[in-house]
Structure formats: structure tokens, C-alpha cells
Design a protein around this ligand. Structure first.
Ligand code: LIP
Length: 253
């Protein structure tokens, strides 16, 4: 059973990542671009996961943030450290994200936040859990009570980000950014926030969170439409009552 085998694998990867996190002076931080952070932990965790997945599921393919890869009808999509900027600054808000698509359908999602002692797991049709306990989205229906995370990167012109922030604020939302898209989707799933929006995000950031938030009752746009798996797409993940209005605010159909 893929899900249970990979849960154990993610626990080992979490211990590896925590060991690096505890040695901030030896992270070998570099920049892939403006505000696009990389540490030696990103590569080490992805290499570890790739090696073990190849043994466990030799006919599956893997796509990873650092090593790339090819899609197939059975593909694992990995972000070895999501929230790398946080990781590099000693901020605990980072995670390991592994999603699995079977015949192009998001089927398994596992997000481990070892510095927060949190493990999110979901499988299509079987619900979502945090540390083994069922989770569900909030019941928020009023934008003037909505707590929304708006992801940001230099992949999108700042003016477009600012326009969404202004429309959201004008509609009454409280808006934040935490720096990990994968955890942002998990926080919608357990009701800590009411929505996660981002004008462009990559498949490795969201492949797991889409399953987790979807199984927890969130409304999510069809992120994998078109070439989302290879080039990314926008994402709107929200409580069902807020989703239509937040899609308008984000300008995402
Ligand atoms: C992060 C994404 C997040 C985005 C950050 C960054 P990384 O991924 O998960 O959604 O807003 O700018 O891209 O680089 O930490 O793996």
C-alpha cells in the first residue's frame, strides 16, 4: 500500500531534515534567484526520497523541485523542503511535501512539518488527518471574518500580487503570508485559515496539499489543468462558501 510505505519514508526524511535544521551554520545557503532559497538540506532530502521511492516503487516516476523529472500515470511529486526561506532563517514553518498522482488524479498527499511535530496525511476518498486525527475546513462564510493566506514569489509581478491583496482587504479579509505553500494548504484543511491563494505556484508545492485540503472539504480550482504539472498554475483553495468570491478577488476562474 503506497500510502503507508511512504508515511514511514517521510518520517525518516523528517529526521534527516531536522538534523540539518539544527545545524544552521552548515546549511550552505545559496540563491536560485531573487528570494528563491536553496540549502544543502533540500538536495539531501530529495536524494534520500528518490533513492527510497525507486526501491519501493521502481515503475513509478518522480518529479522533484531540485531534480526535475517526468510525469507518468503513477508519479510522485516532491518538495523536499517547502518553506526553504523559513528553514534557512531558523523559522519552524517548513515541511516535506510528497504528493502522488495516479492516472493524473491527485490520490495521496503527505506533508510532514517535523519542527512543528505535525504530520498531515490524506488519500482520495479516505479523508484527511493531522497526527492521525480527522481534520476539516472551517465553516467561515463571511469574507469580513475570513483569514486568508496569499502566497508570494518573484515569479509574479509585484503589482499583480498587490492588486489581489488590495481587493482582498477591501472585501474585509485578513491577509497573511507564511512562506510555505504546502503548509498553507494544510492550514486550510484543518481550519487554521479559511483560504490559500497564490497567482503562480509549482506542482511540487501543492500536489500533496491539494489531496489533504480536498479530502478535508476545501474547494480547489483545477490546478493540474493544462500543463500545471510541469509549469505550475494559480491556486485558490478555500472553504466552499468563500471560494467563488475569492476566485473573483484573485482573478482565477
Ligand atoms: C515556496 C512556496 C510558496 C511560495 C514561496 C516559495 P519553496 O516554495 O511553497 O508558496 O510563496 O515563495 O516558492 O521555494 O520554499 O520550496
Amino acid at each position: 500500500m503506497r500510502r503507508y510505505a511512504v508515511q514511514g519514508l517521510v518520517a525518516e526524511a523528517g529526521r534527516l531534515a531536522l538534523d540539518y535544521f539544527g545545524r544552521q551554520e552548515s546549511l550552505g545557503v545559496t540563491m536560485k534567484g531573487a528570494q528563491d532559497w536553496l540549502t544543502v538540506a533540500d538536495g539531501a532530502v530529495e536524494d534520500f526520497l528518490r533513492q527510497r521511492l525507486a526501491v519501493l516503487f521502481p515503475t513509478d516516476t518522480v518529479i522533484g523541485e531540485e531534480g526535475g523529472g517526468a510525469a507518468s500515470d503513477a508519479v510522485w511529486i516532491i518538495d523536499p523542503i517547502d518553506g526553504t526561506m523559513n528553514f534557512a532563517h531558523g523559522d519552524r514553518n517548513w515541511c516535506i511535501s510528497i504528493g502522488f498522482l495516479l492516472n493524473r488524479v491527485p490520490t495521496i498527499g503527505i506533508v510532514a512539518a517535523p519542527a512543528l511535530d505535525e504530520l498531515y496525511v490524506a488519500q482520495r476518498g479516505q479523508g484527511a488527518t493531522l497526527n492521525g486525527r480527522p481534520i476539516a475546513v472551517s465553516a467561515t462564510e463571511d469574507l469580513k471574518r475570513a483569514y486568508v493566506e496569499l502566497g508570494w514569489s518573484t515569479r509574479i509581478p509585484f503589482e499583480r500580487y498587490l492588486a489581489v491583496l488590495q481587493r482582498g482587504n477591501a472585501a474585509g479579509c485578513a491577509v497573511k503570508r507564511s512562506g510555505s505553500g504546502a503548509l498553507g494548504l494544510c492550514h486550510v484543511a484543518n481550519g487554521r485559515t479559511d483560504a490559500y491563494l497564490e497567482l503562480h505556484i509549482n506542482a511540487w508545492d501543492v500536489a500533496a496539499g491539494i489531496v489533504i485540503a480536498g479530502e478535508a472539504g476545501a474547494s480547489i480550482n483545477d490546478f493540474f489543468a493544462g500543463d500545471g504539472i510541469s509549469n505550475g498554475n494559480p491556486i485558490v483553495c478555500a472553504t466552499p462558501a468563500l471560494a467563488p468570491r475569492l476566485r473573483e478577488i484573485a482573478g482565477i476562474s
